[in-house]
Design a protein around this ligand. Structure first.
Ligand code: MSP
Length: 647
């Protein structure tokens, strides 16, 4: 099935400070989605840029003793030049100070003014410079900005207003009738909740005497445009939208496939301000607005004032851009928050990249060099062992699009790494280093299979680590495949010269702080306890984002047996639809193994695997104690497809 063209956008980054890891994540995510999309045969247009007007940027310029224009001319390069070094390939970079953008904003304002959608009135409210938004008294939290926690200033002045309230019903209607318009769904509920409080009109001007750094209103030279009205328009100004109504080819080609990726803090501005602006202008709404969670540092949002900002430049310079990309994409479930730590990044690098993937490539290349003069050997006829690997490779390629379309990028990566682990196991089980003496054909078969398997893994991981995976593919002596459809088993021709001399992913030492913590056991315990306690507030409650991190899914029991030597434990194989898990569960006193087969249960899916009775258990089954000392397993009623997420 052909894919419709996708217009993928990041937010425009404020030029009040240098880029940090949260910005880098947004841009890396969109870049990876664009690369996946192209691998699926789709077409993409990727827009990013910088938000250069408004009070926040003006203040930053003042703090540096610079004119705002000189300040943004310099600082936008910190973003524009950073992205290529993180292997981010955007198609266009828009600055809100560019004439092509200002012209469209002016056209929008004039059109809305002419259509009677804008009026003048007195305004009184609280302004947050950090969020660049007005708030009502009721919206403040402890007298501070509810979005950023920053200070607010009371302001009373005459301003211009956009009749946003007129569009409340139309917007509500669109959100409720288009279930995946705002993703993930709990963010749509948040927007509906906001609308239910009643939508007011939007103040879209700032008097020049208070703020002159902005686009002048075309109908009143004493005012400049509110920075959000200005910045949001970039998504169409970059496509050359014209207020006179003639559409451009770029607009017609890309706008129907618009996907705005944003952070959860700018949900209202995108899902309410931008959408109502579009409704008033008669422009169709974007296809999707996707809100991601935040990267936290010590369980708090990174911010300059707290001083817990992680510098992406530093991480990239030490570990390399693709390792950073891998970590950010693997360790964030889209829509939820995640904690950033250098230690976690190093552990991921060492386990997944250096050990599972890099080592496998090195071992295979080493053996091919030693036994076959560095030339990929003939595979011969596959046995069941090879067929299992070939089927897994096929399954991986077939399922990839589903995970990416569901925005489960972490899952797409994890499934790929499970395939890599399977290849490692296959290599160990078939032991070409042993069979070379007794059955050279078997050794040839297994080395061919590992090399071809690596080509599959590298292709599928290409969107996540474009440069490193291109290196791996080149090391396998083959041309990269551009489209997943062309990835069929047997792409590596026997006789190809392997060139994998250097380690793709060197192992790294844990950062000093993590190592120091690992030494004194008492300290470690304390730190562990603190880390455990962190998500729980003093009143025992956990916040919504932490709860949403727990992945509960419906699972079908396909096999069950008693664990030898234990009265309490059953070992179960459960299906999650596209994945089978092994779970050890303490239910044997209440449920026999036979009675479990065919049952549907609820599984905690993202619990770290642990060994129970030396058996790895990948998840936990949920049950309730009954009044008579029994146990009642939980299950969705009616039955749902295995793998369905339970909220
Ligand atoms: N200029 C506005 C956006 C205008 S879009 C027309 C803005 N800029 S920002 O620089 O403050 O933020 C840009 C994006 O970075 C937002 O989506 C925000 O959520 C994201 N992040 C900033 N800090 C973040 C983390 N710590 N983690 C993840 N993303 C976060 O808002």
């Amino acid at each position: 099935m052909s894919r419709s063209p996708k217009y993928l956008t990041t937010p425009l980054y404020y030029l009040n400070a240098k880029p940090h890891i949260g910005h880098a994540y947004c841009s890396i995510l969109v870049d990876a989605v664009a690369r996946y999309e192209r691998l699926f045969g789709g077409e993409t247009y990727f827009l990013t840029g910088t938000d250069e007007h408004g009070q926040k940027v003006d203040k930053a310029a003042q703090a540096r003793g610079m004119e705002p224009q000189a300040h943004v001319d310099e600082l936008h390069l910190a973003f524009k030049d950073l992205w290529p070094t993180l292997n981010i390939a955007y198609d266009d970079f828009i600055r809100t100070t560019e004439p092509r953008h200002k012209q469209v904003v002016t056209g929008f304002l004039q059109k809305l003014w002419d259509d009677g959608e804008i009026y003048a009135d007195d305004y009184e409210g609280w302004y947050s410079t950090t969020a660049e938004r007005f708030f009502t008294e009721d919206e403040l939290v402890d007298g501070r900005c509810p979005d950023s926690g920053g200070e607010v200033t009371h302001i009373k002045e005459r301003n211009y207003f956009f009749k946003m309230s007129k569009y409340e019903d139309a917007l509500r209607q669109h959100i409720t009738s288009t279930p995946d318009f705002i993703r993930p769904p709990h963010r749509a509920n948040e927007v509906l909740g906001f609308l239910d409080k009643g939508l007011g009109d939007l103040c879209i001007s700032r008097p020049k005497e208070r703020l002159s750094w902005g686009i002048p209103l075309p109908f009143d030279a004493e005012y400049v445009t509110y920075v959000w009205f200005d910045a949001l328009s970039n998504y169409v100004s970059a496509l050359g939208w014209s207020s006179t109504g003639e559409s451009t080819k770029a607009f017609d080609d890309w706008w129907p496939g618009a996907n705005h990726f944003i952070g959860k803090d700018i949900l209202t501005t995108h899902c309410v301000y931008w959408t109502t602006m579009l409704l008033a202008l008669g422009i169709p709404l974007p296809k999707h607005i996707i809100a991601t969670g935040w990267w936290l540092s010590d369980d708090r949002k990174m911010s300059k004032s707290i001083g817990n900002v992680v510098d992406p430049l530093g991480m990239k310079d030490v570990y390399g851009p693709d390792v950073l990309r891998y970590f950010l994409l693997r360790d964030m479930v889209i829509g939820l928050d995640s904690n950033f730590s250098e230690e976690a990044l190093v552990r991921r690098n060492n386990s997944d990249l250096a050990n599972d993937l890099g080592n496998l490539a090195r071992r295979a290349a080493g053996l091919v060099t030693r036994y076959f003069d560095g030339l990929v050997p003939e595979p011969g006829a596959p046995t069941d062992d090879e067929l299992a690997v070939m089927n897994a490779a096929k399954g991986l390629a077939a399922n990839l699009m589903g995970w990416v379309d569901k925005l489960q990028i972490h899952q797409a990566i994890e499934e790929t790494m499970q395939f890599v682990r399977q290849l490692n196991k296959y290599m160990t089980d078939t032991a070409p280093f042993k069979t070379i003496k007794t059955d050279p054909q078997a050794a040839a078969r297994s080395l061919y299979t590992v090399v071809e398997g690596l080509r599959h893994a590298a292709t599928v991981l290409g969107p996540v680590m474009p440069v490193k995976m291109a290196e791996l593919v080149a090391g396998l002596g083959v041309e990269p495949v551009e489209r997943l459809d062309d990835l069929t088993w047997g792409g590596v021709a026997p006789g190809t010269k392997l060139g994998l001399e250097t380690a793709l992913f060197p192992r790294r030492d844990l950062p000093v702080s993590a190592e120091a913590e690992a030494t004194p056991p008492k300290k470690k315990k304390k730190a562990k306890a603190a880390a455990k306690a962190a998500p729980v507030a003093a009143d025992g409650n956990i916040d919504f984002d932490h709860f949403m991190k727990v992945e509960l899914v419906a699972a079908d029991v396909i096999e069950a047996e008693k664990v030898e030597g234990s009265d309490k434990l059953l070992k179960l194989q459960v299906s999650l639809g596209d994945e089978t898990r092994q779970v050890v569960s303490g239910i044997a006193e209440h449920y026999s193994a036979e009675s479990m087969v065919g049952k549907q249960v609820v599984l905690v899916k993202n619990l770290a695997p642990r060994k129970i009775f030396k058996i790895v258990s990948q998840g936990m089954i949920i049950a309730a104690d009954t009044a008579d000392g029994g146990l009642a397993l939980m299950a969705p009623t009616p039955r749902v497809p295995a793998g369905t997420r339970i909220h």
